[in-house]
Design a protein around this ligand. Structure first.
Ligand SMILES: [Zn+2]
Length: 443
């Protein structure tokens, strides 16, 4: 666990709570929730015999199993023979209500491919799932029968509720639900989608609680086109990656390169090419050349655009920049991070092209100071907007860009900062330095 927290810190990932399901508060929440579901008549004891997939948490018909009694979904794990009394949650009772949920709220499960997987699974008919084991030395005792222990998903999913308790709150369901519930988004790996998209809403329905807005199952990574695994010896060490390239480059690559929700591939060559092209060459170069020219032609102060001499040239870029925030907001909302990056790069590319078209080095010789002032204000402000828009993905780089623009990065994020014209004119600019150091191309 400490390793995860250490990695989040190195990747500059912040969180409000790091919750585990071993706390006494969690036990109290589980007990209260269980009681609600019990009173609905949704929990019953039954002796079950059969082949059981631990990962699916369900009994399998012999005929659906592969050779060596392996689960078709979990082919590396042979099913276990079970012959014991278990408490079951009456998932089958919620079949129709779940199907109605998926129909009425198509956005509930995302992305679409995962939604289709879940619909396909549910349409085959839901089975009740086991929520207890006997003879376990750890875990939370079943409140109505302490000879049983609650087992895995019923307990684990309730970790989302106990994590909502404020420090010092009495551990009651009412306190847990008071402030942050219901959830807007569960962001999870695709392998645990079924538990979040089927079991969890059914449990909440049984407890008569509101459902989350959406469940998003993200994809998995391959490396150089191959599935990663210890046996192949090709696992990707995130610590080594951050150590070698810095957090911003790592964050940027994965969010830019992989359509969020799909599986994606990592190759070091592709990684270096992408971050060099986008962060060093496009964005870094835009800021660096704009600042250098401001030092050279405008005395190192943000110029004041005074005339409309080259407005036919700058106007399209300004229009693009003015609407950037409006285009990024839905991208971030829908977790389309690749689209967000593309939107920003389009503005950056337009700015670099604009500089070449206006050619301030020629205008300087011609003594056209007004055109230079207008151009440089346009590209400096567009660079500010671009780095602000990218700041959820590249926080360190964005703060450095603000510093080089003579600004302090705002403490509180707001779409207000994507308004055009925030960069104050006549701001004294520090000496520019490369925003993003180009990475050496691997051999
Ligand atoms: Zn399975």
């Amino acid at each position: 666990m400490a390793q995860f927290q250490d990695l989040w810190q190195k990747l500059h990932i912040e969180y409000d709570r790091f919750a585990r399901t071993t706390s006494p508060q969690h036990r109290a929440i589980v007990t209260e929730f269980y009681q609600r579901v019990w009173e609905q008549g949704d929990i019953y004891l039954e002796r079950q015999q059969g082949w059981y997939c631990v990962a699916c948490e369900e009994f399998k018909d012999e005929k659906e199993l592969l050779g060596d009694r392996k689960c078709p979904i979990h082919v590396t794990m042979p099913c276990e023979w079970r012959d014991e009394p278990n408490y079951f949650f009456r998932l089958s009772k919620y079949q129709a209500r779940l199907e109605a949920l998926y129909q009425e709220r198509p956005e509930f499960i995302q992305p679409l491919s995962r939604r289709n997987e879940v619909l396909g699974f549910v349409s085959q008919g839901l089975r009740d799932f086991s929520i207890s084991r006997v003879n376990l030395s750890w875990g939370i005792p079943v409140p109505t029968d302490p000879s049983h222990t609650l087992y895995v998903w019923f307990d684990a999913l309730l970790g989302y509720l106990s994590a909502l308790l404020e420090p010092g709150d009495a551990p009651t369901l009412a306190n847990a639900l008071a402030k942050w519930f219901p959830f807007r988004l569960h962001l999870i790996g695709k392998d645990i989608l079924r538990f979040h998209a089927i079991y969890w809403p059914a449990m909440l329905m049984s407890a008569e609680l509101p459902l989350p807005e959406r469940v998003f199952g993200h994809g998995f990574l391959t490396k150089d086109g191959l599935k990663m695994g210890k046996s192949l010896g090709n696992t990707l060490d995130p610590f080594a990656l951050v150590e070698a390239y810095g957090a911003d480059a790592v964050r940027y690559f994965f969010l830019r390169e992989i359509a969020f929700g799909k599986d994606g591939d990592f190759s070091e060559k592709r990684f270096v090419e992408t971050v060099n092209a986008d962060l060093a060459n496009s964005l870094g170069n835009l800021l660096n050349r704009s600042l250098n020219m401001t030092h050279k032609y405008c005395g190192g102060r943000v110029p004041t655009p005074q005339t409309e001499t080259i407005q036919t040239l700058t106007a399209p870029v300004v229009a693009l920049a003015r609407t950037l925030g409006d285009r990024l907001a839905p991208g971030y909302e829908s977790l389309d991070f690749a689209g967000v990056c593309e939107g920003i790069l389009a503005l950056v590319t337009a700015c670099n092209k604009l500089i070449d078209e206006v050619a301030p080095w020629k205008r300087f010789k011609e003594g056209d100071a007004a055109a230079i002032a207008e151009l440089l204000y346009t590209v400096l402000e567009a660079a500010r907007l671009s780095t602000y828009g990218l700041s959820p993905i590249t926080p360190t780089l964005s703060r450095e860009a603000y510093r080089q623009l003579g600004l302090v990065f705002p403490d509180v994020n707001s779409w207000e900062h994507t308004r055009w014209g925030i960069l104050p004119t006549d701001t004294a600019l520090p000496q520019p330095s490369p925003l993003f150091q180009r990475l050496p191309v691997p051999a």
